[in-house]
Design a binder for this molecule. Structure first.
Ligand SMILES: [Zn+2]
Length: 353
């Protein structure tokens, strides 16, 4: 399978993030995708360098004002002096205009850069560093290039992209995600003439950003298997089974939460339910949000999926028999991330043959 890569992802490197008010070491370093690239190259996959794209598709997915904010946020942060006092080098929100605070009142754009950060950010664990926009923009280019390969006739392509994207919505970012790579791949396909696209989200966590972006769409199905947010797992506030879409998108959203400690069989049974729903939708092309953080080796989830589980998951997606764009999402255990991605791709390709 062609593996789309671009070294510019490494410009995004924010080793310290703020969680429950405490600075902690983040777990989304550039090494993640360097390891994935090296593992896949070693197994004989062809590495393709991503092309650069203008913002046409990106602006179909995200509010152009948020994209522009993200592009300039760190330079403005430095100009505002927060690096010196209080000593925060990266853009980090501290106040959030919640729905209940506004309660119908207009949302203003504050002059303070620290306050403005809260207009677009949904959490404090997703800081904007000096190279964050360049890295996130490279991830978008990787997803877009993979979608273009499939549009050009490839049966499948994989984007080895980071930072991940599925928690980022039309006008918000968070959960280590800045720009929604899978949504960009989806819009690239639709823009290229594909009628119906299904997004199959295998990440351990619910892709609330992807769900929000496509919530009212009848031409895009979003489906996810993830650890039950009701059990206390990110993204906490959405991702429940009764969320099925709105307006033209009614019936085009399917969440299949699994209990902590599910293991392979329960997780794969949930995936089978998801695949059945996707099959009923009848997509022309499938986009996979391939997070491998449901793995037993990953501290970010309690789902306990093995490498063989990911291999079987790849095989389950292949039964849909559709051209498929695979986009990397989470996966944070550096010892196993390369092997887990390789297993999923191998399972997909063997069942596609
Ligand atoms: Zn995740």
């Amino acid at each position: 399978m062609k593996v789309v890569y671009h070294p510019d992802h490494a410009h995004h490197d924010t080793p310290i993030v703020t969680w429950v008010g405490v600075p902690i070491h983040g777990d989304e370093p550039p090494a993640r995708m360097e390891l994935v690239r090296d593992t896949l190259a070693g197994l004989g996959h062809e590495i393709v360098t991503a092309d650069a794209h203008d913002d046409t598709i990106l602006h179909l997915v995200h509010d152009p004002d948020m994209v522009e904010y993200m592009r300039t946020a760190h330079a403005e942060w430095q100009r505002s002096g927060y690096q010196g006092e209080p000593g925060q080098p990266n853009v980090t929100a501290y106040a959030f205009p919640t729905e209940k605070m506004l309660h119908g009142l207009p949302l203003r754009r504050p002059r303070s850069r620290a306050a403005l950060a809260g207009v677009w950010a949904m959490d404090t664990t997703t800081p904007i560093g000096p190279g964050t926009f360049r890295g996130a923009r490279a991830a978008v280019d990787m997803a877009q290039t993979a979608a273009e390969l499939v549009l050009a006739g490839a049966p499948s392509a994989y984007a080895a992209c980071r930072p991940p994207g599925h928690h980022a919505g039309r006008g918000f970012f968070g959960g280590s995600c800045y720009l929604n790579n899978a949504a960009v791949a989806t819009e690239t396909l639709i823009h290229g003439g594909v009628g119906k696209v299904a997004v199959v989200d295998l990440d351990a966590h619910h892709g609330n950003g992807s769900q929000e972006i496509f919530w009212r769409r009848g031409d895009v199905f979003y489906g996810s298997v993830h650890v039950d947010p009701a059990e206390g797992w990110f993204p906490h506030f959405v991702g429940f089974a009764d969320e099925t879409g709105a307006d033209a998108g009614i019936g085009c959203n399917l969440n299949v939460p699994v209990a902590p400690g599910s293991g392979d069989d329960e997780w794969l049974a949930a995936l089978d339910r998801l695949i059945e729903g996707v099959s009923g939708f009848g997509p022309d092309v499938v986009v996979v949000s391939l997070g491998v953080d449901a793995a037993v080796t990953d501290e970010n989830s309690p789902t306990m999926v093995t490498g063989d589980g990911y291999r079987r998951a790849g095989g389950a997606v292949a039964t849909l028999g559709r051209p498929t764009v695979l986009v990397q999402e989470g996966g944070y255990d550096l010892e196993t991330i390369g092997g887990l991605v390789a297993a999923a791709l191998d399972g997909f390709e063997k069942s596609s043959a």
